[in-house]
Design a protein around this ligand. Sequence first.
Ligand SMILES: C[S@@+](CC[C@H](N)C(=O)[O-])C[C@H]1O[C@@H](n2cnc3c(N)ncnc32)[C@H](O)[C@@H]1O
Length: 310
Amino acid sequence: MNKYHIPVMLSESVSALDLQDGRIYVDATFGGGGHAGKILEGGKSLQLYAFDQDPDAVAQSKILSTKYPDNFFMIQGNFANLRTGLALKRIKKIDGILFDLGVSSHQINKPERGFSFSLEGDLNMRMDQDKELTAFEVVNTYPFEELTRIFREYGEEKEAVRIANNIIKERNKKEIKTTQQLSTIIENCILSHKSIKAKARIFQAIRIYVNKEIETLTTALKEAEEALNPNGRIVVISYHSLEDRIVKKFFKYEAKDCICPPEFPKCICDKVSSLDILTVKPITASKQEIAINPRARSAKMRIARKREVL
Ligand SMILES: C[S@@+](CC[C@H](N)C(=O)[O-])C[C@H]1O[C@@H](n2cnc3c(N)ncnc32)[C@H](O)[C@@H]1O
């Protein structure tokens, strides 16, 4: 078993890529390399370019670079810069790309990364340690309105106002430096049977905000679609409704042939459909997988295929 991270929907997602030997693939979220390793088993002369913005994942990738020196190439960076990252390796077009979004178990289980509400650590939450913004800054300096917006928008938290108020009251007494301080502040203003979910939602909201996860996903999906060769696949596994909604909307928009208002008698938009959606409803993990790996419970996988240009 991979100690770094157990890959979710491993065989389903890799077979969704429809691997062909000799072609070029991208794993946009390398993590512990579980998906990458399986992709590399898919053909002797297939090439895999992997991205991750976390130096821990890049260190982990050495195992695969040693095993597949001619087929595997790691790029440290944000997947929002997909095309630039690939261009630096002289790659313009790809035949499939996988996004397995969010954080890895390794990141969550390392207390000093500050992602977990149940492990004591500094309020950090950066995937990319070179970025300046940390959870500490958000929690200790952001005004009430902004905190409330972040908790509502990225955590879909109904008690956003109450929690933001309590954070401000407590930070006026002393700096909120650790995950446990923040957890206690949430616990103290939420009914006890609701507090675990509230903590999960607030930590998720801050993490999404700190890492600009929504903005980067939106940019990366467009970059991926542009980089794909005809018939190339884009496979996305997401773990919360916010991400899944972005993927669903993007696929729907790109699959449309016309975006004119319905009352227009004739199409004047010149929109060309670029994707075929292969999953009307998202694919979810099997009961057996969820029993072994509870993280798979919230996973939703969507697949689309690049259209032939006529
Ligand atoms: C769920 S894990 C991927 C696990 C991986 N599929 C495996 O089998 O081990 C997500 C990984 O994506 C990385 N990541 C998330 N957002 C990213 C982004 N915008 N750019 C680059 N890497 C990102 C995280 O650092 C993390 O290592």
